[in-house]
Design a protein around this ligand. Structure first.
Ligand code: UDP
Length: 238
């Protein structure tokens, strides 16, 4: 079943995508379902780098509002991404998918440290590589980490899997007349302030010509259809 049109992709999942119907933490059923989708992709011969956010546990910005120092809060947020990565690594390994977490912040008893050359070697061997701890720096997001890693590993495509179907002119939940964009340029997304990703992440993709797909992670089979070339969600490109 090697009909995939991509050789290597970077998949970004928000932490919230792992919450399911809950309001905090990880829903094991959701993790298991997403792991199953990833297994299918791996079986079709695609190399997968994975970045998972931490917003289902902690975000530095939210913690700062609650009185915690912003840098400490961001460190907590990055640690949250490591927890999510370990949960996903576990779910993947359990169903027979080789997976390896590589953290931007060294924690050698817990997982590997991110080294680009080693990450590429693991990908070439067919392991799913989970890039954890974001960029390793405060004041960044895991969207920016995903753009960065996608570029570093020479991914053919970056996919941001969210809870919405793609890019809209406004929040479709609050604004029923919001227009859906099947395709939009980086510059337009930036100029219109659309909630695709944060500006740093979009600019990184734009300046390095990394195409980006925004899609709904809850649409069954959508990931597989996407990597076979179907126009799922929205494409952001030059
Ligand atoms: N974070 C950070 N540097 C990074 C990536 C993440 O400081 O390079 C922190 C930041 O506090 C962020 C939190 O980790 O809010 C969780 O990441 P993010 O908000 O991107 O998660 P998502 O919204 O994708 O679940």
């Amino acid at each position: 079943m090697s009909e995939a049109i991509y050789r290597r992709i970077l998949l970004k999942l928000s932490g919230e995508a792992l919450m399911g119907e809950g309001s905090f933490g990880i829903d094991p059923d959701v993790i298991a379902r997403v792991a199953g989708d990833i297994k299918e992709l791996v079986a079709s011969g695609i190399q997968i780098g994975l970045v998972i956010g931490g917003g289902n546990i902690f975000r530095g910005e939210g913690l700062a509002k609650a009185g915690i120092d912003r840098v400490s809060g961001d460190h907590m947020g990055m640690l949250a991404t490591v927890m999510n990565a370990l949960a996903m690594q576990d779910a993947l390994v359990k169903i027979g998918v080789p997976a390896r977490t590589m953290s931007a912040i060294p924690m050698e008893q817990v997982c590997d440290t991110y080294v680009r050359r080693q990450a590429v070697e693991h990908l070439d061997r067919g392991e799913v590589v989970l890039f954890a701890a974001g960029t390793g720096n405060p004041f960044f997001t895991t969207d920016s980490a995903a753009s960065l890693r996608a570029i570093e590993i020479n991914a053919d495509l970056m996919i941001k899997a969210t809870k919405v179907d793609g890019v809209y002119s406004a929040d479709p939940v609050k604004e029923p007349s919001a227009v859906f964009y099947p395709r939009i340029s980086y510059d337009r997304a930036l100029a219109d302030g659309l909630k695709v990703m944060d500006a740093t992440a979009i600019v990184l993709c734009r300046d390095n010509e990394m195409p980006l797909r925004i899609m709904n992670i809850n649409t069954p089979g959508a990931l597989m259809r996407l990597v076979k070339g179907e126009a799922i969600g929205s494409l952001v490109e030059s």
